[in-house]
Structure formats: C-alpha cells, structure tokens
Design a binder for this molecule. Structure first.
Ligand code: ATP
Ligand code: MG
Ligand code: MG
Length: 349
C-alpha cells in the first residue's frame, strides 16, 4: 500500500485524506496543531512545525510521496523533502504562488493577461503607482494574504494613500490595477505524472466580505471563455511541469475576455462542488495525480451551487440536513469564530 504525506492539517488536508482512504492510500499529516481537522481522517499525524527538520525527515521516512494542502509551505521544507522523495506539486509551484509579484510575472510569461501591477516598498512608490493607474487600484500584501486579508481598494476619491501605506506597509506590497469585471470564475484542473491533463467545468464565484460565499456550475460564460480558461490552466500546468490539482481564479471582463487573478497550487474551495456533481471529486483527482494513478472522469452529471458555512452559518445546519439534493460536509471544528470556514453544502440544482 502507498503512503502519502500531506503538509498541512486543515479542511483541505482532511478531505484529501478521506479521498485517499477510498483508494487504499495511507496518509500521514504534518501539522503543528494537534487535533486539527485532518487528524480525524488521516492514518497518522506528525505534530510539529512545517519547517522542523527532524519532523520533515520523519515524514520522508514514513511516506512514498509528499503533497501539501496550502500554498505557504516553506519552500526550504519542500526542497528538503524533494531530495529524498517525490514532492507534488513541484516546489517551484510554491515559489511562484507565494509572492503576488512573482506569480504575475510567471503568468505573463505564460502569455496570460493579469492586472497591471507595481511592486510597492515605500509611500513614494505607492503614490507613483497610483498616479500610473489613475488613482484606482487594489493594494495587497505580496505574501500570505487569503480571504481578502491584507488588501485595500483605492477608488480615486482623494484618500490619504500615505496613511494606508503606514497601515499595511511594514511588508512588501503590490498595487494592482482595478479590473472592472462582470463576474469571477475559477477552474480546477489536474496534470498526472505522465503529463495527461484534465479540467473540471469552470465555476462562477461570489465573495462576501472577501471570503468565497458561493460557487455555481455552470458559470454564465460563453464557450470561448470556457475554452480560454481551460487553455490557461493547461499552459500553467505544463510550464511548471506540474503534477496534481491546481485552482486558477479569473476575472471575466464585460467583453468576455479573461484576466487571471491568482493561482492556488492545491485543491481549492471553489472546487468543493465536484464532490457532489462529479463522479470523481477534485480531492480524489489530486490523490490520483500525485500517486501516479490515471486521472479520473471530470464530467459533471448535475448543475450545483456550493455554499460555504462560515462562522455562525453553522447554526443553520439543522435546515441544511433536511434539504433535498444537498450534500453537507463539515470540517470537525468546534468553535464557530467569525470568518472561520466550518463546512460547506452543495445543492444539486
Ligand atoms: P483567496 O482567499 O481567494 O486566496 P486572496 O486574499 O488571495 O483571496 P484575491 O483573490 O487576490 O485575495 O482578491 C480577493 C477578491 O478581491 C477577488 O476575488 C476580487 O473579488 C477582488 N479583487 C482582487 N484583486 C482585484 C483587482 N485587481 N481588481 C478588482 N477586484 C479585485
Ligand atoms: Mg489567494
Ligand atoms: Mg483569490
């Protein structure tokens, strides 16, 4: 039997471990937090920091292959593991995705359009970048942002940019041009160890307070946009010589053109609908890809809406449990803090 190491013990690690078990793949989680969501689903947990060298060596000893469930795995940790066993997706994908400037340069080198951008390391650089974009733009931390944290939108209304810089500016920043989009979509795609490629249908995503609220399939986009999303994912995966599942987020312009927002070298929240509306989920697809198994069928047998259960949303659980055509998936978290992802539901429509 194969043993797969998973760095990170959150809900994505939990769902990967569940999918692995069904394919007779054993899992070992590396996660500093004891009693993490993945602990209940994995065969074993090594409870240590992600960059603990002894723990990494123990993980390498215990496993045949290592993967990860979040993009902020220390690159040095992934590189250390890669000396002795396959690490999928390749550590290069982490390097690209961890810094929004590196990420956009990489995407542009793949021939893909992104927002225009300036690296910002001082209040003066922010002023110059804002002037270049006509006073509008989205200022973000280059690293470690998620769920819209560490961001500020400038709307050309005379706001004090130096004040905003002081609030965000102890770390490297990026100013992105503001994209006036009609909608947002994402695509979940996979590449196997033999280079085969498979993509699920793009989902249309709605955010609330910076956090993904719903993902709906089919997305309201035309065939050309659908094809462009698939082609973009394929170009990214091939350029990275990638193995595993990736999530690619796009803005859709009013004319239907696509602008890549960001990539996530892992299974993605906007792909959770696949567990209800496809025979093979994104989680199983990732396990298949990194374990060198044939990729699964990505055909969608139903239309669906996935909704995240965030914080107090969990109090509606009794109602969700009574809904027809609804798959409920909870993450084993006790405390419903505001903004915390507690679970999700997928309604087949
Ligand atoms: P995630 O949880 O998806 O990783 P994140 O913190 O990395 O989120 P982004 O995806 O970069 O954040 O941005 C969050 C949201 O803010 C986007 O989905 C989009 O709605 C809006 N947004 C981000 N950048 C821009 C932009 N350049 N122009 C217009 N809107 C933007
Ligand atoms: Mg992100
Ligand atoms: Mg995003």
């Amino acid at each position: 039997m194969m043993t797969l190491g998973i760095i990170g013990g959150g809900q994505l690690g939990r769902m990967l471990a569940m999918a692995a078990a069904r394919l007779n793949v054993r899992t070992v989680i590396l996660e500093p937090q004891a009693d993490c969501p993945a602990a209940q689903a994995a065969n074993r947990q090594i409870t240590a920091p992600y960059d603990d060298e002894a723990a990494l060596d123990a993980l390498a000893d215990a496993c045949d292959i290592v993967t990860y469930e979040f993009e902020n795995v220390p690159v040095a940790a992934a590189a250390r593991l890669a000396r002795t066993l396959p690490v999928y997706p390749p550590p290069k994908a982490l390097e690209v995705a961890q810094d929004r400037v590196t990420e956009k340069r990489f995407l542009n080198a793949c021939g893909l359009e992104t927002a225009r951008f300036h690296a910002v390391d001082s209040a003066a650089e922010l002023a110059a970048a804002l002037a270049d974009f006509g006073g509008k733009g989205v200022l973000k931390t280059r690293r470690l942002g998620y769920d819209g944290k560490g961001q500020h939108v400038f709307r050309d209304d005379g706001e004090d940019a130096a004040g905003v810089y002081t609030r965000l500016g102890a770390v490297p920043l990026i100013l992105e041009s503001f994209i006036a989009f009609d909608r947002e979509i994402s695509i979940i795609a996979a590449r196997g160890t033999d280079g085969t490629f498979a993509a699920f249908d793009p989902a249309e995503n709605v955010h609330r307070n910076g956090i993904l609220h719903t993902s709906t399939v089919p997305a309201t986009i035309d065939a050309a946009a659908m094809q462009a999303a698939t082609a973009a994912a394929k170009a990214i995966l091939e350029t990275l010589d990638y193995v595993g599942v990736i999530g690619v987020e796009f803005f859709v312009r009013p004319d239907g053109g696509l602008v890549v927002n960001e990539i996530a070298p892992r299974v993605h929240n906007s792909g959770h609908w696949t567990e209800a509306a496809c025979v093979v989920s994104q989680f199983e697809q990732h396990i298949r890809a990194v374990c060198g198994l044939p990729l699964g069928d990505t055909a969608r047998h139903s239309d669906a809406v996935m909704q995240n259960l965030i914080g107090d949303d969990i109090h509606h659980l009794p109602r969700w449990l009574q809904e027809a055509r609804t798959l409920v998936h909870l993450y084993g978290k006790e405390e419903a803090r505001p903004g915390r992802k507690m679970g999700h539901v997928t309604v087949l429509t």
